[in-house]
Ligand binder design. Structure first.
Ligand code: FAD
Length: 417
């Protein structure tokens, strides 16, 4: 039991029932944290997938490449999962939260009362809303089954069109190229990953994919997808051109699974709104992970983070909060992406207003871009620079002025700053 636990918390939650909806990464961490913090009551984990809680990042990387088995994604070994002594309802969809009765209902007709509820329902891959996308074979990538279905379509010599030049699209493009496919990325915006990184990093990503022989079409709208007479797929662009291919992969973002929360009257805005305690507008309901919209002091606004780090840390925070423990969840956002031999990491929230200081040559094999407000580092993006980024993280968290010249000088060890 944690030493900072307020007196009486264990007694208050001992006999209670806590339900976690969503058995992905956040739900898995919430469930194991409840037990770790000493919760001995009834614990029900409900997920509509058939797999135990697992992580998704390798789905677009090692699993798609055929280098890792889906079983390797599981959060807990079977013994450890079993030791949680929870009621696991897999392949079970929750259809309703009856807040006045404090009860949830599942699609197979079960009603389970709760004292506290934790929503970790994540999100689903956004579908392409253009004519033909229901009839032509179009792949998305969110679940294990999606990766297993897509992997065989990426063989040598196959022509793949990836619609969407965001993180998932670019990781799929990189994996497909590594497997010998011919890849075209179609992006509607003027640059890659426009929503999440500054232009300099978009250019770096573009150069990386060009250097591996991927064709990238920027500012290219998709008008329709179809099937040609010879059975191939065709992506029709708004400029009238057509891209015949063997497979279409759509990576155009995520739709948060907040319908359940919205139907039950919880405050939502592109996800379930929570406070720094991970508490929703109902004091007995908490939310975490990709579905949660959380005040973030590093961004100065509410954010819905779609990242491995947030799924784990907010899952832990929501569980602690449900037990009445003190929680003030204010994470410095951290995200990484692996494409080819590039490991790109982002700490904080870079903004256009920031002054950019480069350490190393952007475009080289290893560099860090720092984003400064005055002389204070607010965010950092690094390419193959994990060690420097660990120090950058500390600089951001310390919020202290630094010497920008020293920051830019790769000869000055980051530890000295
Ligand atoms: C292909 C891929 C690659 C990624 N790569 C990276 C990366 O490199 N770096 C990084 O930082 N992040 C990465 N991410 C993001 C990271 O994996 C997610 O942020 C994380 O998985 C979110 O976890 P979650 O538990 O909030 O949601 P999810 O993992 O989506 O889990 C939610 C679960 O709830 C279930 N559910 C929803 N509604 C209901 C309901 N009503 N009843 C029952 N069950 C329900 C869903 O089916 C799902 O199983 C990647 C994601 C994907 C898809």
């Amino acid at each position: 039991m944690n030493s900072d636990q307020p007196a009486g918390t264990a007694a208050a939650t001992k006999a209670a029932t806590i339900i976690v909806i969503g058995a992905g990464q956040a739900g898995g961490w919430a469930a194991q944290t409840l037990r770790k913090e000493g919760f001995t009551g009834r614990l029900v984990l409900i997920g509509d997938e058939s797999h135990p809680p697992h992580e998704r990042p390798p789905l677009s990387k090692a699993v798609l490449a055929g280098e890792a088995a889906p079983e390797s994604l599981t959060l807990l070994k079977p013994d450890a999962f079993h030791a949680l002594a929870l009621e696991w309802r897999h392949a079970t969809h929750v259809t309703r939260i009856d807040r006045p009765a404090k009860c949830i209902e599942t699609a197979n007709g079960e009603a389970i009362p709760y004292d506290k509820l934790i929503l970790c329902t994540g999100g689903k891959a956004r579908h392409l809303a253009v004519p033909g996308s229901d009839s032509a074979p179009v792949y998305t990538l969110r679940r294990i089954e999606d990766a297993l279905a897509l992997a065989p379509a990426l063989g040598p010599g196959r022509a793949i069109v990836v619609i969407g030049g965001g993180w998932i699209g670019l990781e799929v493009a990189a994996t497909a190229r590594k497997k010998g496919a011919e890849v075209t990325v179609v992006e509607a915006q003027g640059r890659l990953c426009e929503r999440t990184v500054p232009a300099q990093v978009s250019e770096h990503l573009l150069a990386l994919h060009h250097s591996h022989g991927t064709r990238v079409l920027l500012g290219a709208g998709v008008e329709q997808v179809s099937r040609s007479a010879d059975g191939r797929s065709v992506v029709g662009l708004t400029n009238g051109s057509e891209l015949p291919c063997d497979a279409i992969v759509v990576g155009v973002g995520l739709v948060p699974n907040d319908q359940l929360a919205r139907d039950s009257g919880l405050a939502c805005e592109g996800g379930v709104i929570v406070d720094a305690r991970c508490q929703t507008s109902d004091p007995d309901i908490f939310a975490a992970g990709d579905v949660a919209v959380t005040p973030n002091p590093w961004a100065g606004r509410r954010l819905r983070l779609e990242s491995w780090q947030n799924a784990q840390e907010q899952g832990i925070a929501a569980a602690r909060s449900a037990l009445g423990l003190e929680v003030n969840y204010q994470p410095l956002p951290w995200f990484w992406s692996d494409q080819y031999d590039m490991n790109l990491q982002i700490y904080g929230v870079p903004s256009l207003a920031h002054r950019v200081v480069a350490r190393g040559n952007p475009g080289a094999d290893s560099f860090v871009l720092f984003y400064l407000d005055g002389n204070v580092v607010k965010a950092a993006i690094g390419h193959n620079a994990a060690r420097d980024l660990r120090f950058a993280r500390r600089l951001i968290e310390q919020n202290k002025p630094v010497d920008a010249d020293q920051l830019a000088d790769a000869g000055v060890p980051m530890s000295k700053l």
